[in-house]
Design a protein around this ligand. Structure first.
Ligand SMILES: *Cc1c(COP(=O)(O)O)cnc(C)c1O
Length: 376
């Protein structure tokens, strides 16, 4: 049995190495390293895949989130409601622009933003909601869009972890996550479901004006070279990365199915264990399992289980060990009286198991055997 890894990027590469190598070589031969044809082609394919009019590639998802807030014209002091249980980038983008992140607690089952908390925190200064589609499935985006409509707020979906998942709307029609908000953002960081060979990201929108603005801001605030409308940033996707992504996008649905099948296999072995809660599924969303995350019951500590697994050479990760409201960097934005009971429990309960497209049954059996031999 091969070494068990959290993600196996090399194994995934080997299966399509001929196509990938050729795609990279072609770019080197044309030397169109910046803004080459594959970037435009990828944008068209991504937009069609997600089911929106425009996709704009950029350097990473952190930039995508930042650019989205800039394009919507938010000003210092404007409040953006977002989730406490996420990767730092979501809240970081808000704070970096001197907007005010309003960090709220999450649902104890899906770990995504608690929608009653959203409504409780709307003030006259609230301008936007930034939900995160966590670990591969949707936050309750239909309801979030309704709240946004009622209070006239923007929605930016952080879809870094859930590209390819479908979401069922109230009337039954299905749409891809990332096609609901005014803008959505995704990441091509290597370990994401569609990963490139470095950093990469993209923004999605149905709005023609916003699409132009996002493109302009990502390109030094310029529509025409050397003429600058606004203060922007330099955030491009390298042509080589676009070429890699064009090859890998063909396999994204297959990759996501493989992940879901691995998740079901883990489920079948762990479902009946009294101290383990298998990943809860939001009934409105499909799940593309960027992470397969367990929640331990009966006071079992995730850190202790992680150490135990490590002693048996089984990798695992705690996503997330410190919710946003406890991060030193965000101290100025957190009120001393506000409570986050759900995330403060989750940080001690959750553990993500190895999950990737190359996992074998033997490897998953080894993970499960090690896990189930744990005693306190
Ligand atoms: C990975 C991730 C990001 C940041 O993506 P980068 O491309 O690394 O900037 C943002 N939000 C979430 C939820 C993520 O998981």
């Amino acid at each position: 049995m091969n070494e068990i890894k959290m993600v196996d990027l090399e194994g995934q590469y080997h299966k399509i190495s001929t196509e990938i190598d050729k795609a990279i070589k072609d770019i080197i031969h044309t030397s169109t390293f910046i803004n080459g044809e594959p970037v435009r082609k990828l944008q068209d394919k991504l937009a069609a895949y997600v089911g929106v009019k425009h996709a704009i590639a950029c350097a990473n998802c952190t930039d995508a989130l930042t650019l989205s807030l800039m394009a919507l014209g938010l000003k210092p002091g404007d409040e953006v409601i977002t989730t406490n249980f996420t990767f730092i980038a979501t809240v970081e983008a808000i704070a970096l622009l001197r907007l005010t992140p309003v960090i709220v607690d999450v649902d104890p089952h899906t770990f995504t933003i608690d929608i009653t908390e959203i409504e409780n925190h709307i003030t006259p200064r609230t301008k936007a909601i930034m939900p995160v589609h966590l670990f591969g499935q949707g936050a309750r985006i239909s309801e979030i869009m309704e709240i946004a409509k009622e209070y006239n707020l923007y929605v930016i979906e952080d879809n870094a972890q859930s590209l390819g998942a479908d979401y069922r709307m109230k009337r039954g029609q299905k749409k891809k996550l990332g096609s609901f908000g005014h803008i959505s953002c995704t990441s091509f960081f290597p370990s994401k479901n569609l990963g490139c060979f470095g950093d990469g990201g993209a923004m999605f929108t149905d709005d023609d004006e916003l699409a132009e603005k996002l493109t302009m801001l990502a390109n030094h605030g310029s529509y025409q070279k050397y003429f600058h409308e606004e203060i922007g940033i330099n955030s491009r996707l390298d042509t080589i990365q676009a070429a890699v992504l064009l090859e890998k996008l063909k396999y994204l649905d297959e990759y996501n199915c493989t992940r879901a099948a691995c998740a079901e296999y883990y489920d079948s072995k762990l479902r009946d264990i009294d101290w383990i809660e298998i990943p809860f599924r939001n009934p409105e969303s499909t799940h593309v399992f960027n992470q397969y995350t367990l929640k331990f019951k009966n006071g079992i500590s995730n850190a202790k289980v992680q150490n135990y697994l490590k002693s048996k050479n089984i990798p695992s990760m705690i996503y997330y060990p410190l919710p946003m409201h406890m991060q030193k960097a965000f101290k100025p934005y957190v009120s001393a009286t506000k409570k986050y009971p759900v995330s403060e429990e989750l940080m001690m309960q959750v553990l993500s198991l190895p999950m990737h497209t190359e996992l074998t049954k033997d490897q998953m059996d080894a993970v499960v055997d090690a896990l189930l031999s744990y005693t306190e």
